[in-house]
Design a protein around this ligand. Structure first.
Ligand code: ADP
Length: 441
């Protein structure tokens, strides 16, 4: 990748090195760090080269949440070694705010492997664990995780297809995944602030506890927790704890942190998400009178079977329109339509067909001069980022909670750079697409 060589700030000190167990979770964490004043770069997987731009924090986006635990450990350790080589003094292992994990992990095994690897660093015998994210209604009290007003195991998460969460007691959940003893820093302690939290950590250490779940029910709790974590080489948490860490490095909120290069080129939206919020956003875009091209997976399959090039079809539609304003290309559909397609093609095959097609369309759009691209859908975003050959993204201003504008180099438009907004399913207001593109201008 050419951009790895021409960065002018290579070697700048990275303060916080983050390891995220999935792609949109990485962006969520990066967004919180940027809002607290850090300049943040997100990298896709563990890079093979040093970081090419200046950043206070780097988030390595892995896909390690549900892979077998030994694989998650190996990926996370590779990320740790790369982050330490970039100078990161503190490591942040980021997982989901609903503590998504199986009976085997991977939160416990990864946290312990990171502790093992940091054993030679002062303070590397202990870490905390808390998915608390009050802005998103995730709170922890007496070690129990609440989603809104519900205990985790009554929140719907008990039915998750990959990581069913059937116990809200995080001390118990984490202990089942760990060799080390797991303890609790409860609300009474957190409410008293830094000194009390530090004293509790010292007491737990003396008892041989290696990891402690931390209660937090508000951002004020997280901001009280932050200074007490200053000397820990490893922090494990959801994205919430991030709001209290930048101050430890003397960093305060500033617009500078989210500054991106000036936008250029044409605008487009690609949507492969069929979530309710996305369907409303697609409808709002169409209602605004802007051009939109619907892709029907069955039609794609038939055209491809006949030897046609569906990407060329889409470009023939888009090219004359791009100069006039944003265009939307979407496969988003309501649940009944999705079911019908899945019934004919199979769930996995339908998903893969649409993802591959939209990813190729994204690349073709950028090759034709689109430089501001909104992508809707978590899996769809992953496919598009991969097709665009993107290895790292600079994180910019927030559009809606959890969704920032990003800037990346792509081999689909060498030397130009691309502004990119990756929106996971249910994020964003109904006017998200127009708002995002207007915000950039
Ligand atoms: P979200 O973030 O809303 O979950 P994703 O992109 O992660 O969105 O997942 C949507 C999945 O549905 C993708 O695999 C996508 O390819 C697939 N898909 C998109 N449109 C359709 C459709 N019309 N019929 C069937 N599957 C679709």
């Amino acid at each position: 990748m050419s951009h790895a060589q021409h960065g002018s700030h290579a070697g700048a000190q990275v303060r916080l090195g983050c390891i995220a167990d999935d792609f949109t979770g990485a962006t969520d964490l990066a967004n919180n760090l940027v809002r607290a004043g850090m300049r943040v770069v997100q990298v896709i997987g563990v890079p093979s080269q040093p970081l090419a731009v200046a950043a206070d924090a780097v988030v390595v986006a892995l896909k390690s949440r549900t892979v077998p635990a030994p694989e998650a450990v190996a990926q996370s350790l590779a990320a740790l070694h790369w982050l330490r080589a970039q100078g990161a003094g503190q490591i942040y292992f980021k997982y989901c705010s609903t503590f998504d994990s199986t009976a085997q992990g991977n939160i416990g095994p990864v946290a312990e492997a990171l502790l093992d690897a940091l054993a030679d660093v002062p303070g590397g015998d202990f870490t905390i664990a808390t998915p608390a994210f009050p802005d998103n209604q995730r709170t922890v009290f007496k070690g129990h995780l609440f989603v809104g007003d519900m205990l985790l195991n009554e929140s719907g998460m008990q039915h998750h297809p990959l990581t069913p969460m059937q116990d809200a007691n995080l001390v118990r959940v984490l202990q089942a995944q760990c060799q080390r003893q797991v303890g609790l820093i409860d609300y009474q302690v957190v409410a008293q602030g830094e000194a009390a939290i530090r004293a509790r950590i010292a007491a737990l250490r003396a008892q041989g506890v290696g990891l402690a779940v931390v209660d937090a029910i508000s951002n004020a709790d997280l901001l009280r927790l932050g200074p007490a974590l200053k000397d820990l080489p490893l922090v494990t948490a959801g994205s919430g704890v991030a709001i209290g860490l930048p101050a430890n490095f003397g960093i305060t909120p500033s617009d500078q942190a989210s500054a991106l290069p000036a936008p250029s080129g044409w605008q487009a939206v690609v949507s492969g998400s069929c979530s309710q919020a996305t369907n409303r956003q697609v409808a709002a875009f169409i209602q605004s009178g802007r051009p939109a091209l619907a892709l029907d997976p069955l039609h794609i399959a038939a055209r491809q079977a006949a030897g046609a090039d569906v990407v060329a079809d889409a470009m023939a539609w888009a090219e004359p329109l791009l100069g006039q304003g944003p265009v939307l290309i979407y496969s988003s559909a309501d649940p009944a339509a999705v079911k019908a397609v899945q019934g004919q093609l199979g769930v996995a095959a339908a998903g893969a067909l649409v993802e591959t097609t939209l990813a190729a369309i994204s690349r073709a759009l950028v090759q034709r001069g689109v430089r501001q691209l909104v992508v809707a859908g978590g899996e769809t975003s992953g496919a598009c980022v991969q097709a665009l050959g993107i290895r790292q993204m600079q994180i910019g201003p927030q559009i809606d909670p959890g969704v920032p504008w990003c800037f990346a180099q792509t081999d689909a438009a060498p030397a130009a750079g691309l502004h990119l907004a990756l929106k996971s399913g249910n994020f964003g207001t109904d006017d998200f697409f127009i708002k995002a593109l207007a915000r950039l201008a």
